[in-house]
Design a protein around this ligand. Structure first.
Ligand code: B1M
Length: 209
């Protein structure tokens, strides 16, 4: 029987092998990929986040959990993507310059893919100029910026400004733990989403769907 608690625990203890096995097992048993994502992977990472904040675990443990989550995500991603048929729109998403956090960004990407978007993953530590280049090359009409550090939020503002100055005609959505609606308004982004599920709703709205 699908073991979501065990999967969350595998993420917490950073056991990539079990995380992958339990993810595969759940999918084989017909558990929906979004349930596996929310009740297993995100739940486990949430616990690690709280423990990290309370100084109960440190960066190496967090990193090991993050790797376990990434491995399980590799199994889950095609299943989420398979839920979509033809891409309903195309988006470019990356973590801003100076910021290496990519778990939230990857979740947003997976959720968007699972909801029928084609997504170009720009990666992490993406400079404003690299965003401009990728946006122009791909012709996307939707760009997503993620930031997890208060110190990289200015890079988010700079990226929005640089994209606009370069004449990139795309809607820009922002997110990440320290980002707020007020900040999105301040930097003239087109929208803010607090989590991956709302990011899908926002992306649909900004894409005019
Ligand atoms: Co970092 N880190 N970290 N870290 N880390 C935080 C963010 C921190 C809050 C921890 C803390 O002190 N309590 C803190 C930031 C403090 C601040 O700025 N206010 C912090 C720090 C300080 C640092 C370092 C500076 C630590 C150091 O070296 N001294 C360093 C910086 C490295 C860098 O980026 N240059 C660092 C490093 C790391 C690791 C490498 C160890 C690892 C990252 C691994 C990886 O991403 N591959 C890591 C992790 C894992 C965390 C915590 C524990 C978890 C982050 C995470 O993945 N959360 C985090 C503490 C915490 O959050 N409690 C912390 C789970 C993820 C699903 O949530 O990313 O918020 P989140 O994404 C959500 C939403 O925000 C939203 O949807 C997602 C899903 O619902 N969302 C979007 C995200 N992007 C979006 C984009 C959108 C829309 C919604 O539209 C485009």
């Amino acid at each position: 029987m699908a073991d979501m608690e065990g999967l969350a625990q595998a993420i917490i203890s950073g056991d990539a092998k079990s995380a992958v096995e339990l993810t595969q097992q759940a999918i084989e048993e017909g558990v929906g990929p979004q349930t596996v994502l929310n009740e297993g992977l995100v739940a486990g990472m949430g616990v690690i986040g709280k423990r990290f904040k309370a100084n109960e675990v440190y960066i190496p443990e967090v990193l090991i959990s993050a790797r376990a989550m990434k491995s399980a995500m590799e199994v889950l991603e095609p299943k989420l993507a398979a839920a979509g048929v033809e891409p309903i729109s195309k988006a470019l998403i990356g973590t801003v310059q100076g910021d290496l956090h990519d778990i939230g960004k990857n979740l947003v990407i997976m959720m968007l893919k699972g909801n029928g978007f084609e997504v170009i993953d720009a990666g992490v530590d993406v400079s404003p100029e690299a965003f401009v280049e990728k946006a122009k090359d791909s012709g996307v009409k939707l760009i997503g910026l993620s930031a997890l550090l208060t110190t990289t939020m200015p890079a988010m503002e700079k990226t929005v400004k640089t994209l606009k100055e370069a004449g990139v005609d795309a809607k820009m959505m922002v997110g990440g733990a320290p980002v707020t609606q007020a900040y999105a308004d301040k930097i003239s982004a087109d929208g803010y989403a607090p989590d991956a599920a709302s990011a899908v709703d926002l992306a649909r709205e900004l894409a005019g769907l």
